[in-house]
Design a protein around this ligand. Sequence first.
Ligand code: NAP
Length: 306
Amino acid sequence: MTASGPRLLLGAPIATEMRARLKVEMAAFRRRHGFTPTLAVVFVGRDAPSAVYLQQILRSCRNAGAVGRLVHLPAGETAAHLRREIELLNADPLVSGIIVQMPLPKRIPLSVVIDAIDPAKDIDGLHPRNFGLLALGYEGFLPATAQAAVEILKRSGIALEGRHAVVVGRSNVVGKPAALLLLREHCTVTVCHSRTVDLGAHTRAADIVVVAAGRPGLITGTMLKPGAVVVDVGINMVAEGIVGDVDMASASAVVSAISPVPGGVGPITNAILLQHLLRAARDQVEGPPDRRLRRAPTRHPAGSTT
Ligand code: NAP
């Protein structure tokens, strides 16, 4: 921390750079293959924060030169109908990538999406094939938010190797994949969740804290080590607007760097999803460059076999 507060890890400059590159690559794809990749965004229900997010992702598609197709199903939709919609999108040659907006209505289990989605179009890394590739250190589609949480650290020049990272949250879409990605970067990783005893004792021991719990104000300054780096993934609607999971005021007095909400991880997530869309489109048209499983790029110490 400096006298003026901690360094803010801002997503916008990183996302702007990613989007500029993406726009050029998307245009090259269009010239080469004569069509524009489409991202199908499936949305069930009427959740207001989701509606805001949907407009952002559709705008991101337009800006990148891709097509965003909203597939809006009414709140009372059945799991069987959702599965059928996903299967139609799997079979549509114009659709290169599919995401399903969370949260789903409580009646519809996430397993419906996971079972139905074609792993080749699963650009948010939900399918067991993609998750398994991540766990084994191969290149599948990574869950975009988890990737964004690690990307903001890497692109901000935060050293990861050998450092103790604590991830708060163990969901399959954010916490668990973020922990696996930090492990890939050679962090020593602890994963905490709602049954963790004395959460503060864990977070206070961490050099890096990634919080994805969906609980506003969960992490306060007294739970953080002086000089720690914090990535706040949480998005919570409160009376004052959108806030993360970290109490910014108390944390700012302690940490050396922190990603704000909004303005941290969020913008990078969208840019990553569009990168995945382009990669899916390429793989579907050209085939993956190497049909064998590709190892994810990482630096392993000499002699390591992991
Ligand atoms: P989720 O499925 O509800 O998972 C929340 C996780 O936090 C669970 O593992 C839960 O533990 C844990 N948790 C809840 N309360 C806790 C507590 N008091 N102490 C410790 N751990 C606790 O949520 P998610 O989908 O992972 O999303 C997490 C947050 O990230 C949400 O705010 C969401 O809106 C946000 N998000 C942001 C982006 C972005 O682009 N920035 C994208 C997606 C999600 P248990 O497993 O024990 O229940």
